[in-house]
Design a protein around this ligand. Structure first.
Ligand code: FHN
Length: 452
C-alpha cells in the first residue's frame, strides 16, 4: 500500500546514535510536575489512581490546579542529586516529562504562560537537569505529551470544521513547543511522545510524520519513539504495511513481552515501568507505597528486556519539594549495586539467538558473542539445567563477581550446575564459555553397563 506518512524504513536503524541508545539497556524515567505537590491526595483524601491524573479523577477546577504553581518552590530540588540517583541506578539515559497531560511545562516556554519560569523560583529546571546528567555521561531524552487537558484548542475528537480548525491551531502550538525544545536543548538525544491515542491525533498522521522529520533535521541522530506516530489511515506505532514507525517500539507500558516471544527481538523496543503498582507521579498514599517493587524484581525485568533486545526504563516520581523519594533511591541503589557487578550481562547485550528461554531466568548475549545466564528465579532444588543450542558444549563457567564455577554434563548439549544464591546480593549471573560439541553421544561407543 502506498503511504505518504508511514514508516521511513523497513529495518532497524544502525547509525552510531541508534546503536548507542540500543546499548544503554537501562534508563531512568522521571515524571515530575504540579501533580507531584498533592501527590495523589486532595482535600485530605487519597485518590487511588495515578497521581498525575489527579486533576481529572478528583475533578479539580482548572484555576485551583493552576494555583499549585505558586507552591512549586523547589525547596529541595537539586539537579545534581537527581543525576546522582541515575548514576546509583546504573542508568545510561534519562527521560523526563517536559510537559505532561495537564499542560504544565518544565521549561520557560514562549508559547504558554503555564510553565516553570512562572513559579516562585523561575528556574529552568530542564536546563539544569540536562547539564547535570550530561556531565555524568548520561543521555537525556524528552517526554512530551501531545494530549493537553488545558489548551483551549485541544480536541479528543473532531466533530466539525470548528474542531478541525481549533485542533490545527493546537498542532501548530505543539510543533512550536517542540521546535523550541530542540532549539533550547540541542544536546537532547531522544523524544518520547505520549498522549497520541485520541481520534484527533490519529486523523492527523501527517503531523506526527512532520514532527519526526523536523526533529531529525534539527538534531542529527535523535531517536524518536513509535508512540508519536500515526500513518495516513490512523494506524499507530506500526503502519498499515506492518512496518514500525519511529525508531523503536514503545508500546510496552507496565508490562513486558512474554520471555519466549523471540520475535520481539527483531525490532528495537523499550518497556517502561512504575516502581509502585500504578502511579508515575509521586503518590504519597499507602495504596502506592505498599506496592513498591523489590530491587530484584526490577533486576528480573532488566534482564528480561535485555534477553529480548529491549531497553528498560524505570520510572521515578520525585516529590513536590524537588527531592527524590527515599524509597525509590534505595531501590535504585540496590539495582545499581547489582549492575556494577553484573552489568557485563546487560549493557550492550541482547537476544541470544539459538538459546531457548530457560524458565529460571534469561540468556543474554554481548556484542562480541559472550553468552550469560542470569538466574533470577533459582529453583528450590538449587540446581539449574543449561540446554545449549544443538552442537554446542559448555567449556567453562564464570560466576560474575566471583570466579570459576563447576558444572557437569548430563547429555549432549545439556549441562547442570549447582547454585547457591544469596538474597542480599541478588540474582546470580554466569558467563558461559562454549565450544563445539566434540561428538554427539549417539555416535559414541555403547555403554556396556546398559546392555542386556
Ligand atoms: O497517561 C500516561 C501516564 O501518566 C504516563 O505518563 C505513562 C508513561 O508511559 N503514559 C501514559 C499512559 O499511556
Amino acid at each position: 500500500m502506498d503511504l505518504k506518512y508511514g514508516a521511513s524504513r523497513e529495518k532497524p536503524r544502525e547509525d552510531a546514535a541508534m546503536q548507542r541508545f540500543r546499548s544503554h539497556r537501562v534508563g531512568q524515567f522521571i515524571h515530575w510536575g504540579l501533580y507531584s505537590l498533592p501527590a495523589g491526595r486532595w482535600e485530605g483524601k487519597d485518590v487511588e489512581f495515578a497521581a498525575e491524573f489527579l486533576p481529572r479523577v478528583a475533578k479539580i477546577p482548572q484555576q485551583r490546579w493552576e494555583a499549585l504553581a505558586k507552591d512549586f518552590t523547589l525547596a529541595d530540588f537539586d539537579a545534581e542529586r537527581w543525576a546522582d540517583t541515575a548514576v546509583a541506578l546504573g542508568a545510561r539515559y534519562m527521560t523526563i516529562t517536559t510537559k505532561h497531560h495537564d499542560g504544565f511545562c518544565l521549561w520557560p516556554s514562549a508559547h504558554t504562560d503555564f510553565h516553570m519560569g512562572n513559579t516562585p523560583s523561575g528556574r529552568d529546571v530542564l536546563g539544569e537537569l540536562v547539564a547535570a546528567y550530561e556531565a555524568r555521561g548520561i543521555d537525556v531524552n524528552f517526554y512530551y505529551s501531545v494530549l493537553d487537558w488545558r489548551h483551549p484548542d485541544w480536541r479528543f475528537t473532531l466533530e466539525d470544521d470548528a474542531d478541525s480548525l481549533a485542533f490545527a491551531r493546537y498542532l501548530d502550538f505543539a510543533m512550536k513547543q517542540l521546535e523550541e525544545l530542540a532549539e533550547r536543548y540541542p544536546s537532547v538525544k531522544g523524544f518520547w511522545f505520549d498522549g497520541t491515542w485520541d481520534e484527533s491525533v490519529k486523523a492527523n498522521g501527517w503531523w506526527t510524520w512532520e514532527v519526526e522529520r523536523m526533529l531529525k533535521e534539527r538534531i542529527p541522530g535523535v531517536v524518536v519513539n513509535s508512540r508519536l506516530r500515526a500513518d495516513d489511515f490512523g494506524a499507530r506505532h506500526v503502519d498499515s504495511n506492518g512496518a514500525l514507525m519511529g525508531d523503536y517500539e514503545s508500546g510496552y507500558e507496565r508490562r513486558l513481552p512474554e520471555p519466549w516471544d523471540h520475535g520481539v527481538a527483531e525490532r528495537d523496543w523499550e518497556a517502561c515501568m512504575t516502581i509502585p503498582q500504578a502511579s508515575w507521579g509521586y503518590h504519597q498514599g499507602p495504596w502506592a507505597q505498599a506496592t513498591l517493587k523489590h530491587p530484584w524484581d526490577v533486576v528480573d525485568m532488566i534482564a528480561h528486556c535485555t534477553s529480548l533486545g529491549g531497553n528498560f526504563l524505570l520510572n521515578f516520581g520525585p516529590r513536590g519539594d524537588g527531592s527524590m523519594a527515599p524509597a525509590e533511591v534505595g531501590i535504585a541503589t540496590k539495582v545499581g549495586e547489582w549492575l556494577s557487578v553484573n552489568g557485563e550481562a546487560i549493557y550492550g547485550c541482547g537476544f541470544a539467538e539459538g538459546w531457548d528461554y530457560p524458565g529460571w531466568g534469561y540468556f543474554t548475549r554481548s556484542a562480541t558473542g559472550d553468552v550469560y545466564a542470569v538466574v533470577t528465579r533459582a529453583p528450590v532444588s538449587g540446581r539449574i539445567r543449561l540446554q545449549l543450542p544443538a552442537g554446542m558444549a559448555l567449556a567453562g563457567v564464570r560466576l560474575l563477581g566471583s570466579g570459576e564455577h563447576p558444572f557437569k554434563r548430563l547429555a549432549d548439549s545439556l549441562f547442570e550446575m549447582v547454585i547457591a544464591g544469596d538474597a542480599s546480593t541478588g540474582p546470580l549471573v554466569f558467563a558461559l564459555e562454549t565450544s563445539a560439541l566434540a561428538r554427539p553421544s549417539s555416535e559414541k561407543e555403547p555403554n556396556p553397563d546398559v546392555l542386556d
